[in-house]
Design a protein around this ligand. Structure first.
Ligand SMILES: [Zn+2]
Length: 92
C-alpha cells in the first residue's frame, strides 16, 4: 500500500470530523433522554409532541385500555396514541 500523503492527511481529518459527529450524536441522545425524563416530571411538557411523534417515545405513564389475551393495550397520556405494551413495558 502506497497512499499519497495528501490522502492520508484528508483521511485523518475525516476521522476527526467523524469523532465530533459521534460526540454530538451522543450529547444529543443524552439531552433527549434527560428531556424525556423531565417531561414525565411535568417539565419540558412542550417537548412531548416531539417525543411522541418524532422519536416515537410515548409516555411511560400510559393508561391501560385492555388485554386481548396476548398483549396489553394502552393509550399514551401525552398524545392519545393507542398501541401495545412490549416486554420492556414500553408503548409502541
Ligand atoms: Zn404519545
Amino acid at each position: 500500500m502506497n497512499h499519497p500523503s495528501g490522502f492520508e492527511r484528508s483521511l485523518g481529518c475525516d476521522m476527526i470530523y467523524f469523532d465530533i459527529f459521534v460526540i454530538n450524536l451522543l450529547v444529543a441522545m443524552g439531552l433527549c433522554l434527560v428531556g424525556y425524563g423531565l417531561a414525565h416530571l411535568g417539565l419540558f411538557s412542550f417537548m412531548r409532541p416531539f417525543f411522541c411523534n418524532i422519536m416515537k417515545w410515548h409516555s411511560r405513564n400510559y393508561e391501560e385500555t385492555g388485554f386481548d389475551g396476548c398483549s396489553v393495550h394502552a393509550k399514551c397520556k401525552w398524545c392519545g396514541y393507542e398501541g401495545l405494551i412490549d416486554s420492556q413495558g414500553n408503548l409502541f
